[in-house]
Design a protein around this ligand. Sequence first.
Ligand SMILES: [Zn+2]
Length: 257
Amino acid sequence: MRPTLLTLLLLVCSALFANGAAAENIASGLRVVVIDAGHGGKFPGATYAGLREKDLTLSVALKLGKLVESGLPGVKVVYTRKTDTELGATLLADLQKRADIANGAGGDLFVSIHVNAARSSAARGVETLVMGETPKEQRYNEDALYANNREDLIDMSDEKTAAIVRAYIQNLQFTYGEYSMAMARCIQRQYVKSGRHDRGIKPQLLRVLYATDMPGVLTEIGFMSNPQEAAYMKSEKGRDEIARSLFEAVKSYAAYV
Ligand SMILES: [Zn+2]
């Protein structure tokens, strides 16, 4: 099911309405962190040479949750999934459910974990995405998104949808934008500390971030199409290190808010 204009409008209205109260809450500390292991069940995400994105994201998500639970006792951890399962019958329903869980839990921070894959095995490094629009994405229409398996992005070819989404982004940047950016910077800084290749922070029109009413990031923990990074993520030690980086980032973010 594709979201209708009405659903988008409702989302924006509820977000606009909620933001006044939410903005006050952000500065009063981190109480609930929502950890989202990307994909799951019948939606495996990227697969490459026997590696499945859904397995790597789940492993890192669980490790991160454990670190937060033991290292930041005042912070409650909510997972969107703790097992290998999809959260909806369609990809869109699955993404919406993640946001619903986060919103329902009253999350103060949303951290979505994903793994990159590219055609070239040379592509490498870590990047963190925040909600926003790049000039390139303005050209995408829904058919192109579906053809390219990018149902996780929002169709901006329809003028009305684009206007609503842009109004939302402006509003979001006013309330959550700087916090999402702060978290993204904390994450990238930790990755660099542990010797990872920095691809930076990028804006993208991600449905899952669009639908979550809190500061949020989507972090790509490496390329499974790159042999070195695939081996690193396949190893327990590598995944421990990634989870540790994300934990240190949550810790810095908690101190920041
Ligand atoms: Zn993914």
